[in-house]
Design a binder for this molecule. Structure first.
Ligand code: THU
Length: 167
């Protein structure tokens, strides 16, 4: 038996004033996007904003449904919209924020596991690290410089390629 240890790293900032201009702008867009979320069931409004390699910003917010599992998270709404409209553009950064209905969210909003898997796909598809910027309504900001730090031991396209005839 061998025990392995995985070391992950992320950056923490006390305030948006410490962020570089690109990260601050993207986070602001995510916060704006959260206001337009359709979240009548959870009342948890999430906003996501991503930057493409060409500098364009694409936003998304959670879209809920009376049939609960039909709804989709903000991150995947933004990702799929970007990839549908600009399939050749790598996604270089994605910011996430949210607005709660019962008190201000004071901690960073992390993407759910399904969104992480979709973000991994975007990263491996374009072979470019995806920077993830997370904040609540206020409070600290955390930044992961690549998806590996948010999801170790991943199942991605290169794994499939190794054991199937898919190229
Ligand atoms: N949600 C997101 O949009 N992104 C996340 O990263 C976490 C959760 C949404 C899904 C659902 O509409 C609501 O937040 C409560 O889970």
């Amino acid at each position: 038996m061998k025990k392995h240890k995985i070391t992950l790293s992320f950056l923490e900032f006390k305030s948006v004033d410490e962020l570089n201009d690109d990260d601050r702008q993207l986070l602001l867009k995510a916060k704006e996007a959260a206001k337009n979320a359709y979240a009548p069931y959870s009342k948890f409004k999430v906003g996501a904003a991503l930057r493409l390699a060409n500098g364009m910003i694409v936003i998304g917010n959670n879209q809920e449904n009376a049939v609960y599992p039909v709804g989709l998270c903000a991150e995947r709404v933004a990702l799929f919209s970007a990839q549908a409209n600009y399939p050749d553009q790598p996604i270089v950064a994605l910011a996430i924020s949210a607005i709660g209905s019962d008190g201000k969210i004071m901690q960073p909003v992390p993407p759910c596991g399904s969104c992480r898997q979709a973000m991994i796909e975007a990263e491996s598809r374009h072979k470019q690290p995806l920077r993830v910027i997370m904040q609540g309504e206020e409070g600290p900001i955390i930044i992961s410089e690549k998806m590996e730090n948010l999801m170790p031991l991943i199942f991605a396209e290169d794994f499939l390629a190794k054991y199937t005839d898919f190229e």
